[in-house]
Design a binder for this molecule. Structure first.
Ligand SMILES: Cc1cc2nc3c(=O)[nH]c(=O)nc-3n(C[C@H](O)[C@H](O)[C@H](O)COP(=O)(O)OP(=O)(O)OC[C@H]3O[C@@H](n4cnc5c(N)ncnc54)[C@H](O)[C@@H]3O)c2cc1C
Length: 391
């Protein structure tokens, strides 16, 4: 069996692990970066529809994250911001564009991000080892033994960057969660997030999108809702899903920028309701909406009673929908929950239960909102560990 002694082993060559290897190596440490995949950063490659929304120019504040301890992310995020990551983008001359609400995407391909991260790994003190299957960890008084049947690595510090459990088909595993549990960390229930909802009865609108307001457990977002064969998707729905638990309802405002009573007041009494509303909503939506609420949309505006107006208001501005579920880990972008931050240092990412053991990226109970915040968490937590390990 091959035997290797090193300062640091990082398990997981995704966004967080690759970045951490770079930061640790900058401090002169010998780093082994291990992954069971054949290829690094597979999730980066498929992110943002292949264009990777790598950060958010409006910044990533604690409000953009779901975590049991909402203060946990503050220290790391404040020490490594979107501008720090932009330096890497600009150094590598990666063309990018800003989309709505500050999201930065590659113009060419997410490959540009993986290549930039790989380029950073080209240092004599970084050793990237792929296809490291069936790894296990032993904890000794003087460090860690990371091993499989072919090789054993002895290291002083161990960084776990194995991510969440979304998409096992491209390498996701619960390795980090199991190790954390072994040393006494709580694992918060894991559920799919940034994921479409399954909702019956809207499939005939499949492919259409409407800007709507969605409220879920006190969280409100006004963005596009996309109708799918299985229910509802689009940025508004994905964002709301971060706050949804099975059995919860969501409330949809189909006309967030207007109010039905103003629309009715300003319309001619001779006009039909469906023709007035068609100035605000797609005809196909209007047809299905009125079928659902069982109301004759050809009614003339002058004929609408106060009671009917209130009923229209309730359904147009406060429609309550209870999704039967989500499309699950297969379609989710991230895992909500994971290794509890309760006994993790927010400054260094080190376990308070096991010295020199660090957790970074999505394996932790830190789930970012849609918009580049998940990658920004990976970069920032990797930076925090790089600074701490070198001390
Ligand atoms: C379809 C999709 C689109 C997304 N788009 C965006 C986006 O545009 N912007 C954004 O901010 N976020 C996006 N995300 C979320 C983002 O990709 C993740 O939050 C981020 O990749 C997490 O990085 P990580 O390094 O913590 O984990 P990962 O990227 O999952 O990396 C973990 C690594 O650990 C390895 N590993 C796991 N188990 C083991 C083991 N037992 N032994 C050895 N190696 C192991 C894996 O092979 C993998 O390489 C998207 C996610 C998906 C699924």
């Amino acid at each position: 069996m091959q035997k290797i002694t090193t300062d640091i082993v990082i398990i997981g060559a995704g966004a967080a692990g690759m970045m951490a290897a770079h930061f640790c190596a900058l401090k002169g440490k010998q780093v082994y970066l291990l992954d069971h995949n054949k290829q690094v950063g597979r999730k980066i490659l498929i992110s943002g529809g292949g264009k990777c929304n790598f950060t958010n120019i409006f910044g990533s504040s604690a409000e953009e994250y779901h975590s049991e301890n909402k203060h946990f992310v503050k220290s790391a995020l404040s020490r490594y911001t979107c501008y720090d990551f932009l330096e890497l983008i600009e150094k590598n001359k990666i063309p990018y564009e800003q989309r709505e609400v500050g999201k930065l995407f590659c113009l060419r391909s997410a490959k540009d991000i993986v290549n930039a991260l790989l380029e950073q790994l080209q240092k004599p003190n970084i050793h990237l080892k792929l296809e490291q299957k069936n790894l296990d960890v032993e904890i000794h008084d003087d460090g860690f033994r990371v091993f499989n049947s072919h090789v054993e690595y002895f290291c002083n510090s161990l960084v776990i960057a194995t991510g969440g459990i979304v998409l096992p088909s491209i390498g996701a595993s619960d390795f980090g969660h199991k190790l954390a549990k072994r040393v006494g960390h709580k694992i918060l229930p894991m559920s799919p997030a940034l994921v479409p909802f399954k909702v019956e009865g809207w499939s005939e609108l499949s492919g259409n999108a409407i800007k709507a307001g969605i409220t879920c457990n006190g969280y409100y977002v006004a963005e596009n809702v996309l109708f799918t064969h299985k229910g509802l998707s689009g940025p508004g729905v994905l964002k709301a899903s971060l706050f949804w638990n099975p059995g919860d309802f969501i409330e949809i405002n189909w006309l967030p920028q207007y109010h039905i009573s103003d629309i009715l007041k300003s319309a001619s009494g001779q006009k039909q309701l469906n023709s007035v509303l068609s100035e605000y909503l797609p005809k196909s939506f209007i047809k299905l909406f009125f079928e659902k609420i069982d109301f004759d949309s050809s009614i003339h505006i002058a004929k609408i009673s106060k009671k009917e107006e209130l009923m229209l208001e309730k359904n147009l501005h406060h429609m309550v929908i209870t999704p039967s579920g989500t499309e699950g880990f297969r379609k989710a972008e991230v895992t909500r929950g994971g290794v509890s931050t309760e006994f993790i240092s927010s400054k260094t990412m080190e376990s308070k239960l096991q010295k020199k053991l660090y957790f970074i990226g999505e394996v932790l109970d830190v789930t970012g909102q849609l918009g580049g915040h998940n990658f920004q968490w990976c970069w920032a937590s990797a930076y925090a560990v790089g600074q701490a390990i070198a001390e």
